[in-house]
Ligand binder design. Structure first.
Ligand SMILES: [Zn+2]
Length: 192
């Protein structure tokens, strides 16, 4: 019993972040977000930097997740993607970046709304998924969060749709405040 308790205590809480529209800008064409394909077109959202630092300071593990079907379809160069993600790591205090390279027709378990990337990160980083969080502006991440058992927080956007989600808030700042509140509430409860 002592060992189980020690293991559970050692588990960390994570925050999963969608990339496009949250950490970097995404163009909108014909009511769809268009993912940047080149480093030149990749622009990070600098205002998110202090917000992610707050999450990091609270002891949360920060994981970026992204569907990148262009890798298997052939229109996204791996080299350009690596350059974009090097910039993300330099700009934000993120611990890991996990991508699904597959096309929808591949029927892989990692393309969001499937929860594969969350589950993979959970194993790799010893995360307690039940007490981890997902941030996005799109329904697919909320659905992945629901299946994996995470709390989902969506930024109000045209891509939220009517799937199950735990919170829809106006911006990333409000979401970070909510996560810090929930995270502290859980720590207080554990301490009692
Ligand atoms: Zn995949």
């Amino acid at each position: 019993m002592g060992q189980v308790y020690a293991f559970l205590k050692a588990m960390k809480q994570g925050v999963f972040l969608e990339r496009d529209g949250v950490l970097n800008q995404a163009q909108v064409e014909r009511h769809h977000q268009v993912t940047p394909l080149t480093f030149k077109d990749f622009h990070v959202n600098k205002e998110a930097v202090p917000l992610l630092k707050k999450l990091k300071a609270a002891g949360l593990v920060l994981i970026v997740t992204s569907n990148q079907p262009g890798l298997s379809r052939g229109y996204q160069s791996r080299r350009e993607l690596d350059r974009m993600h090097d910039l993300l790591r330099k700009t934000f205090p993120v611990d890991d970046i996990l991508i699904c390279p597959h096309d929808g027709t591949d029927r892989c378990p990692c393309r969001k709304p499937q929860p594969g990337l969350l589950v993979e990160a959970g194993f790799k980083w010893h995360l307690d998924l039940d007490h981890s969080f997902v941030i996005s502006d799109k329904w697919q991440d909320a659905e992945a969060a629901r299946v994996a058992g995470c709390t989902s927080l969506l930024i109000q956007s045209p891509w939220v749709r009517a799937v199950h989600r735990d919170f829809v808030l106006p911006d990333l700042a409000a979401i970070v405040e909510k996560i810090l509140f929930l995270h502290n509430a859980k720590r207080m409860a554990t301490a009692c």
